[in-house]
Design a protein around this ligand. Structure first.
Ligand code: BGC
Length: 764
């Protein structure tokens, strides 16, 4: 697309109308010369100013610093972007300061953490990943972009694609789970939803893939902790979603807080330049995480001047909030520690992003006071959220087909999350208003109408521990400890339960029990809720647990007690309606776990694609001198990919169209899936591959494909997967992406543990 841009006046310099390529075209010559002309006019201070990202604190300040003197700084050309400022009115005001008040009139970027929706909050990202539905995930990102741009934003700090195998780490809530292949697919879908194919459209925004890199592997699951990992594991398991995001054209990358092979990511040249730019060809800009430049001082990398220079020279372009660049780069330049070229490179990349967004054409492209009322949190966007939430729920157990509930009789709806608005949105929902969310009680009444008598009792506090509650309640009341005695809450719930036909207990984590800086060393239900579940079970009534949480929990005791369990993540603004849709069977659950559920914390990390040992124990019986535990099985509570349906699916054997292939051709694996149950339903058919002999130890299996299919009761469908050399390749010891001839096993099935098998050879 060729566009014409307006007369652009720069003090003394006039760049007159001309045409230039669209945002998503590869950096064209016209963009280059436009930016070169502009940079010729810039002082070194103005260039450094472009590298400065500030926040006046309108979002969630996750560090100690919040920017001050915002207005003056913008006018002085000391600001490249701003975050935490939303609404057309406020954005117009700030942008006006930049384009009318500053010497060179360079527009600002307006960023925000639009993580799982904007004001229409969708399920937490971990929950969305349970849907395995790329169209749906793209749609949620699209809705988020339409809403956020209507509110003046042009840059989101999403998607987060950190692979994580440690549910103690609270930020697993924001991830796509443990698998690099699935994570890559989700990264692509989200970037497409945010950026589409034309960044200059006023409903598209720049995406940021984060946190580069290895942030999901902190030692002991403690947030911000050190990471130590082999390069083999980085390239094969932790980098793929980032690489996929780069290839999908993501506009920016955020560096992570942790160190990578001894050097903090924010100052790691190998990571930010050699891998990201030279190996993968990334041509956008890199932004630090919140004060992560300054935090390199605490990492032990020197004083503010030293760490700022380290970051710039490593390939970091924009400094979030800490102002290390702003306050020290001039001095480093004078002292010869950094060069003009280092500063120019970073400045150019920021200006390119602004150019690609169309901001030099129209700095107020994203500012339209009429849009918020029309686009934000509408009936239509709520409908998308409700659908997404229902599709994200995972049925973990359903004895005697107790679910779906019939629309009759009396339901005891109990639990601390059963009539709660404060926790439905989940973590990192900075723009969502908890008060707009639908509690489960309301949703159950909406869906069941008058045909079901729903009786509610709170039953327990999320936690009885006031000190714990205080730590969780930093962004508002998430754990509200009832004035009534816990024993009274419990006995009231037991009474309600005893008079009902079935109990639905909504239990789990408050939203801020997971998320940033919310690591837990025990990941069970809090004691108050464990007790509630036991007492409810003791009534002898059928017990359905609806478990909400931002991470996998250790729920072996509850699993034994409950008749049915639905795991919902934190479902978003339509939580109550979506849960009721699933409970009453308006939607037949199809979600599949994307993180393994451990039996206990001691098993962590436990994930499906581990490498084999020399002394494996494939079974669950303890064997001396085998790799296992004295006190717990090796198998997890629920494997990756697990999730039941109200119907049953039967898998045929796998058919391969040939028994061998070369690296030049391909092979097709097919399987027939039949819905043998009574309900129509969707199934995620999963393909895993195991390389039998390799020059580096291969994982026991790796996800290499999946298809979500819909089957009417009695219907069969044949699903085909085409296997090419790519699916058989890996990074070898020299970090070359190769395949090696030999035997392979193919697995297809309903989860990473229940699979059909076939095998073939890759021949030279
Ligand atoms: C988080 C980022 C987030 C940033 C800005 C940091 O603490 O790690 O994910 O984008 O704050 O809010």
């Amino acid at each position: 697309m060729i566009r014409t841009f307006l007369m652009f006046l720069i003090a003394g310099l006039t760049i007159s109308s001309c045409s230039r390529p669209s945002a998503n075209d590869s950096a064209g010559g016209e963009m280059d010369s436009f930016i070169s002309d502009l940079m010729d006019e810039m002082t070194i201070e103005e260039k450094i100013g472009q590298l400065n990202l500030i926040t006046p604190g309108g979002g969630i300040p996750t560090g100690e610093a919040v920017s001050t003197n915002v207005e003056a700084s913008i006018k002085e050309g000391k600001v490249g972007g701003i975050f935490g400022v939303t609404s057309p009115e406020k954005v117009r005001k700030a942008q006006t300061l930049a384009v009318e008040g500053s010497r060179l009139k360079i527009p600002l970027l307006f960023g925000s953490d639009v993580i799982h929706g904007y004001k229409t909050t969708f399920p937490i990202p971990l929950g969305l990943s349970f849907s395995w539905d790329m169209n749906l995930i793209e749609k949620t990102a699209r809705v988020a972009a339409v809403e956020a741009t209507a509110d003046g934003l042009n840059w989101t700090f999403s998607p987060m694609v950190d692979v994580s195998r440690d549910p103690r780490w609270g930020r697993v809530a924001e991830t796509a789970g443990e698998d690099p292949f699935l994570g890559s697919e989700i990264a692509k879908a989200m970037i497409q939803g945010y950026q589409m194919d034309d960044l200059t459209a006023n409903t598209t925004m720049l995406a940021t893939v984060k946190h580069f890199a290895l942030y999901g592997a902190p030692e002991a699951g403690r947030d911000y902790n050190t990471v130590d990992m082999s390069r083999l594991r980085m390239f094969n398991e932790y980098f793929p979603p980032f690489k996929a995001a780069v290839h999908a054209g993501v506009g920016s990358v955020m560096s992570s807080f942790n160190d990578v092979d001894g050097i903090p990511a924010t100052g790691n040249k190998w990571l930010l330049t050699e891998v990201l730019r030279n190996k993968w060809g990334f041509d956008g800009f890199v932004v630090s995480d919140y004060t992560s430049v300054n935090e390199m001082i605490a990492h032990g990398m020197g004083d503010l001047q030293a760490v700022s220079a380290l970051a710039l020279k490593a390939g970091l372009d924009m400094d979030m909030v800490g102002e290390g660049f702003l306050t020290t780069l001039r001095k480093s330049l004078d002292e010869g520690i950094v060069t003009d070229e280092d500063i120019d490179n970073a400045c150019r990349r920021i200006l390119e992003a602004k150019y690609k967004l169309g901001l030099f054409d129209n700095s107020f492209l994203y500012v339209n006071e009429a849009l918020p009322a029309r686009e934000i949190l509408t009936e239509a966007t709520r409908a998308v959220s409700r659908d997404a939430a229902a599709r994200s729920m995972v049925l973990l157990k359903n004895n005697d087909q107790i679910l779906p509930l019939k629309s009759e009789g009396t339901v005891a709806l109990v639990g601390p999350l059963a009539n709660d608005k404060n926790n439905m949105l989940g973590t990192w929902a900075v723009s969502g208003d908890p008060q707009t969310s639908v509690p489960v009680l309301e949703g159950m009444r909406n869906v069941a109408g008058n045909s079901v008598n729903i009786r509610y009792a709170k039953g327990a506090n999320i936690s009885d521990d006031a000190e714990f509650a205080e730590k969780v309640n930093v962004f508002g009341p998430r754990i509200v400890i009832d004035d009534r005695d816990p024993a009274d809450l419990l006995s009231e719930a037991v009474k309600v339960a005893a008079g009902a036909d079935v109990i639905v207990a909504v239990v789990g984590e408050a939203s801020e029990m997971s998320g940033e800086s919310a690591s837990r060393s025990e990941i069970s239900l809090p004691e108050s809720q464990k007790l509630l579940v036991k007492e409810l079970d003791a009534t002898g009534k059928p017990l359905v647990l609806v478990i909400m949480s931002g991470r996998p929990l250790t729920i072996d005791e509850e699993l034994a007690l409950a008749d049915a369990i639905i795991f919902t993540g934190h479902p978003g603004v339509e939580a109550g309606n979506a849960i009721a849709d699933v409970v009453f069977g308006n939607y037949n659950p199809s979600g599949k776990l994307t993180m393994t559920f451990p039996r206990n914390v001691g098993q962590i990390p436990v994930y499906y694609s581990h490498r084999a040992t020399g002394r494996p124990n494939p079974g669950d019986e303890f064997q001396k001198f085998r790799s296992n535990y004295l006190d717990v099985e090796n198998s997890p509570l629920f494997p990756f990919g697990y999730g039941l349906s109200y119907t049953e699916f039967e898998y045929s054997e796998i058919t391969l169209d040939k028994s061998s292939m070369t690296s030049e051709d391909s092979l097709t694996a097919s399987i027939t899936v039949t819905n043998t149950g009574d309900y129509a339903g969707e199934e995620v058919v999963q393909l895993y591959i195991h390389d039998q002999v390799r020059s580096i130890t291969p994982p026991v299996k790796e996800l290499k494909g999946f298809k979500k299919i819909m089957l009417e009761s009695g219907e069969s469908k044949t699903v085909e997967f085409v296997i090419t050399e790519k699916e058989l390749s890996f990074y070898n010891y020299d970090i070359d992406f190769v395949s090696e001839p030999g035997g392979f096993e193919v697995f297809i099935g309903t989860n990473s543990d229940e699979l059909q098998t076939a095998s073939f050879e890759l021949i030279e």
